[in-house]
Design a protein around this ligand. Structure first.
Ligand SMILES: [Fe+2]
Length: 354
């Protein structure tokens, strides 16, 4: 399978991954041929891309580090916890713990695999899928840093619930497409303090998990909020979640901006990382993420176009690429795979749509 933008999606293309609605129901099942009306419907759901199977990609397998069902369940859980809190001012921490435990088990089981995030997010359910991605990315970083199971659990719960304070911020401000006024931004900043309040009053949530909510927007150089805490005075969990949070936010479409391309996100993280993030944690993070995930279409400096079929653990920017279109724009009859760690004069120039 491979990833394709909805713009490029054509009638009768075969959907390779099931698409779920915000509330966990199946919208379109894997295997169906996409009709024009289906494609239009997906656009209405604010999706920008889908996975398809075609002659270039039927043999390309993509395994997410976390099972699709677990991911979907976690998303629904975040949603229901936020809704439950709004109505009853409490939430059931046991359900959160059990889903985090499952994610940890699955990650530990596949620990040597480089993360290939395959979540297709709509900008509508952003907060929920973002929370799950931040949880997964934080846990992978935690595993790389050698945290024990007990700490991983606290980290995972804090990461999954890091934005719970947003429940108490008006939706119109959170989803505002235009620039926020200073007042509105001040209000958004409060989700950190509010989230901390919500988590710390639940006796089943540890203090360290709750702390992630208040400190995940602090920055290593002291430029963050709400307190402006600096360096190692910021708790390690919050330093991890800060990186995962920014990475996933930049890689996602939002109501007010389009997502950045994978290499732009990496470049930003590494340059900003000098001052904003904990350098050591950032290095562990970058090493575990597939910058060009399997199934992504790329254009090489040779002018050829292809699909990423596998990643190289030590060189995240140099995956294995199956060239399917030559430099003249002609579709090739037989495909040629290039391992970019072995052909150093060839490199990825950009992502593209094929
Ligand atoms: Fe946040």
């Amino acid at each position: 399978m491979r990833k394709i933008s909805l713009e490029k999606c054509q009638e009768n293309m075969k959907l390779a991954k099931t698409i779920f609605t915000d509330d966990g129901r199946i919208l379109l099942s894997a295997g169906i041929a996409l009709k024009r009306s289906f494609i239009e419907r997906l656009k209405l759901c604010n999706l920008s891309e889908v996975y398809i199977d075609d002659e270039f990609s039927t043999d390309i397998e993509i395994n997410d580090v976390v099972d699709e069902r677990t991911r979907n369940e976690a998303k629904l859980l975040v949603k229901s916890v936020m809704e439950e809190y709004k109505v009853t001012q409490r939430f059931d921490a046991d359900r959160v713990k059990s889903v985090v435990n499952r994610i940890i088990d699955e990650l530990l089981y596949t620990r040597d695999i480089m993360v290939n995030l395959t979540d297709i997010k709509s900008s509508d359910d952003y907060t929920f899928s973002h929370s799950v991605n931040v949880c997964i990315l934080s846990l992978i970083t935690g595993i790389k840093l050698g945290l024990n199971q007990l700490r991983l659990k606290d980290l995972g719960i804090g990461a999954l619930m890091h934005d719970i304070g947003k429940t108490l911020i008006p939706k119109e401000i959170l989803n505002k497409a235009s620039k926020l006024t200073n007042e509105e931004f001040e209000q958004i900043k409060k989700h950190t303090i509010l989230g901390h309040e919500i988590l710390k009053t639940n006796r089943d949530i540890s203090i360290t998990s709750a702390h992630v909510a208040i400190a995940h927007h602090e920055r290593y150089d002291g430029s963050g909020y709400p307190l402006g805490t600096k360096g190692d005075n910021i708790h390690q969990f919050a330093r991890i979640v800060a990186i995962a949070d920014v990475y996933d936010a930049l890689s996602s479409d939002r109501v007010y901006r389009k997502k950045m391309k994978p290499h732009e996100v990496l470049e930003y993280m590494l340059t900003a990382g000098e001052v904003l993030f904990d350098r050591n944690i950032l290095e562990h993070f970058v090493r575990s993420i597939a910058i060009y995930s399997i199934g992504t279409s790329v254009v090489l400096n040779t002018g050829e176009r292809g699909i990423v079929v596998d990643v190289n653990r030590t060189f995240p920017t140099r995956p294995i690429v199956r060239v399917v279109i030559d430099a003249g724009g002609k579709r090739l009859a037989s495909f040629n795979e290039i391992d970019l760690t072995k052909r150093l004069n060839v490199f990825i120039e950009d992502t593209c749509d094929i």
